[in-house]
Design a protein around this ligand. Structure first.
Ligand SMILES: NC(=O)c1ccc[n+]([C@@H]2O[C@H](COP(=O)([O-])OP(=O)(O)OC[C@H]3O[C@@H](n4cnc5c(N)ncnc54)[C@H](O)[C@@H]3O)[C@@H](O)[C@H]2O)c1
Length: 277
């Protein structure tokens, strides 16, 4: 997490370790929706996009958390708003999109971050101990919710002939991981989804890319077991340390900015060099 302390053509932020970091303001006049931006990694993406000049809309199941992040950003002199939105609810997504367009006139960026993961927890069980209802719920949030969010937002992007969609997969889709086959399957689905949508929307000036995070310490108050679990992931990394949210925000901001306008259908694995391809 970072605080803006000064700004001109670049913002100067103070990162969580206290270091000053110069951030370019590539997203001036852009409107960005971050699903699930009330907690964890989504909150970090929202903060970074706002720091680069975007108006950030947090579309979040946990309405209070979304509003609290938006208020925090506004207190820092950034611009943000929040909507209580369930991404599995097509009507709720359309209402949110209409409100955003009415208030801001456009939508340029969509970060499909919301998922069943930690805040909305999943069971961690072997493949034959996962309940069918939970399998369906996982696909409904992580895959169908991503598709529904795109369906709601893309017409607005098409109107302007410009848009940036950033999907969130997971390093586990490349490496496999026991005890969460439903989650990993959903995140593997996001890889194919990204490629098809990129091909369907390229002519509309809309890029569709994907970020696949490695195991990241995203929990707000991690207990000892969570810390140990995140530390375990450092073993096979070229950069052998715990991954934090700040390690991911640059990749998302890059795909959200005009710097990536000729890049589409790509997945960037951000995991400290654990999976290499
Ligand atoms: N943290 C990691 O190690 C890691 C690794 C790889 C990928 N990811 C992915 O990154 C994303 C964020 O992960 P995180 O660690 O911040 O998880 P998290 O559980 O803390 O955050 C997910 C957010 O999505 C929201 N959400 C859940 N269901 C929703 C719905 N139906 N509608 C709207 N919002 C909903 C939650 O309220 C929460 O704010 C997820 O897509 C996750 O799969 C995380």
């Amino acid at each position: 997490m970072s605080d803006r302390v000064a700004g001109d053509e670049t913002s100067v932020l103070v990162a969580s370790d206290g270091a000053a970091v110069a951030i370019p303001e590539r997203l001036q006049n852009r409107v960005a929706i971050v699903t699930g931006g009330g907690h964890g990694l989504g909150r970090a993406y929202a903060t970074r996009l706002a720091s680069e000049g975007a108006h950030v809309v947090i579309a979040e199941l946990d309405r209070d958390a979304g509003e609290s992040v938006a208020a925090e950003l506004r207190e820092r002199g950034l611009t943000a708003s929040a909507y209580g939105t369930d991404i599995t609810d097509a009507a709720a997504l359309e209402t949110m999109v209409s409100s955003v367009v009415e208030a801001h006139g456009r939508i340029d960026i969509l970060v499909n971050n919301a998922a069943m993961f930690s805040r909305v927890p999943m069971s961690r069980s072997l493949f034959d101990a996962i309940e069918p209802d939970e399998w369906d719920r996982m696909m409904s949030v992580n895959l169908k919710g991503t598709w529904l969010a795109c369906r709601a937002v893309v017409p607005e992007m098409r109107k302007r002939g410009y848009g940036k969609i950033i999907n969130i997969s997971s390093g586990t889709a490349f490496k496999g991981m026991t005890t969460r086959i439903h989650y990993v399957t959903s995140k593997a689905g996001i890889l194919g989804y990204t490629k098809v949508l990129a091909r369907e929307l390229g002519a509309d000036g809309i890029t569709v890319n994907c970020v696949a995070p490695g195991s990241t310490l995203s929990e707000e108050a991690p207990d000892a077991a969570t810390l140990a679990f995140r530390k375990d992931a450092t073993g096979d990394r070229a950069i052998p340390r715990v991954q934090v949210a700040d390690d991911l925000v640059g990749a998302v901001a890059f795909f959200a900015s005009a710097d990536s306008d000729f890049i589409t259908g790509q997945t960037l694995v951000v995991d400290g060099g654990s999976y290499m391809h």
